[in-house]
Design a protein around this ligand. Structure first.
Ligand code: PRE
Length: 359
């Protein structure tokens, strides 16, 4: 049997070969950048190509090497190669350690340049001003429903949805307190507090609940005061060096947030896509039912419908719909045309590949 020393020598030599291959890949990525410049490409980042690379490699597999890890490794390899071409600039709301950052890093890797904008509107502004190539914003939570700030910003903006990601959201409680009995105050973002409401009522009934603007602000409170606790992602706690008191304190075991990537243009068809649209209907009885029948007649599945105040008139609403299919599918294109004939306003917010989810 080989000794531990022998096996480690073999691992060292395999790692050297991996490094040589990475160096070779980096050289090719630099050549890709030259080819793109020669073709006057405006975008170096190519999410469709990245998706094809990840799908192909995961399907191919690598013996015993875990399939999920293939995604993580190649996500970082491509993020690093892209940084040699042109670093990707990505905006997200909130501060470091927020779930929007977790989603952004999952999609764009460690080598992208991240910009915290503080607010959801700030993400839209940064992308519109060209300060970021794209932005990652939450659009709905499986527990709290729609993120209305995002819905309203989408309705008003010319930016398009080009990707989505459903992220498993797990909240932790961090504190310098020895145990739960030492916690007098719990600080958290309103979304975090709302998603952990029952747990807090049961386990910390006497604690004062304090809303903060971000997970980072909550962490700062807990850093400075041993009788304070903060709610946040595991990553946020690690980032701020706070001891973990309890894990998975959210009320619903299945707690996910859907994030979208907004950019100047949406995505080409992949065969498994969704399209988001917003429309307003005339104020007459049965108008909404007749409009929805267009999708029904075309056999198009609606995955979500939501109404928002139009902000033009009192008690006037617009409807946001997510449907299965790409806007270039003849069936979808035809339904949108029929919608235009019936509605006062129709705006396509973008077509994008359906999320396969991330944990
Ligand atoms: O194929 C390309 O267009 C590349 O730029 C290479 C590469 C990669 O590393 O594989 C890098 C960045 C792109 O977003 C897609 C893929």
């Amino acid at each position: 049997m080989a000794t531990l020393g022998d096996l480690r020598e073999r691992i060292d030599s395999i790692d050297d070969r991996i490094l040589d291959l990475l160096a070779e890949r980096a050289e090719v990525a630099v050549e890709v950048a030259h080819a793109k410049r020669a073709a006057n490409a405006t975008q170096f980042h190519d999410p469709e190509r990245e998706r094809r690379v990840l799908t192909r490699l995961q399907a191919k597999g690598a013996g015993r090497f875990p399939r999920d890890a293939i995604r993580v490794v190649f996500r970082e390899v491509m993020s690093a190669c892209l940084s040699l071409e042109e670093p990707m600039k990505v905006a997200f709301p909130g501060t470091e350690g927020a779930f929007a950052e977790v989603a952004a890093r999952h999609l764009f890797g460690l080598a992208a340049r991240y910009r915290e904008t503080g607010t959801i509107e700030g993400v839209f502004d940064a992308v519109r001003a060209g300060e970021a190539a794209c932005g990652v914003v939450p659009v709905e939570s499986s527990t709290d429903g729609s993120v209305t700030l995002t819905a309203d910003a989408l309705i008003e903006s010319d930016l398009q949805i080009r990707q989505e990601l459903v992220l498993d959201v797990a909240y932790c409680l961090f504190s310098k307190a020895e145990g739960l009995s030492g916690v007098a105050r719990v600080h958290g973002h309103p979304h975090a507090l709302s998603q952990c409401r029952l747990w807090l009522a049961k386990h910390l009934p006497g604690a004062q609940i304090v809303q903060t603007v971000s997970a980072a602000a909550a962490a700062h409170e807990a850093l400075g005061d041993p009788s304070a606790a903060a709610i946040g992602s595991r990553g946020a706690g690690e980032l701020y060096g706070l001891p973990l008191l309890r894990e998975r304190i959210h009320d619903r075991a299945e707690n996910a947030t859907r994030f979208i990537v907004i950019a100047p243009a949406d995505a080409p068809a992949t065969g498994a896509d969704k399209t988001s649209i917003v429309f307003s209907v005339q104020e007459e009885p049965g108008a909404l039912r007749r409009v929805l029948a267009i999708f029904d007649d075309a056999g198009i599945n609606l995955t979500r419908i939501e109404s928002r105040p139009s902000r033009q008139k009192h008690w006037d609403y617009v409807f946001l719909v997510d449907l299965e299919g790409h806007r270039s599918d003849p069936r979808v294109a035809d339904a949108i045309e029929r919608l235009r004939a019936r509605c006062e306003m129709v705006k396509v917010l973008g077509s994008y590949p359906r999320s396969t989810g991330a944990r």
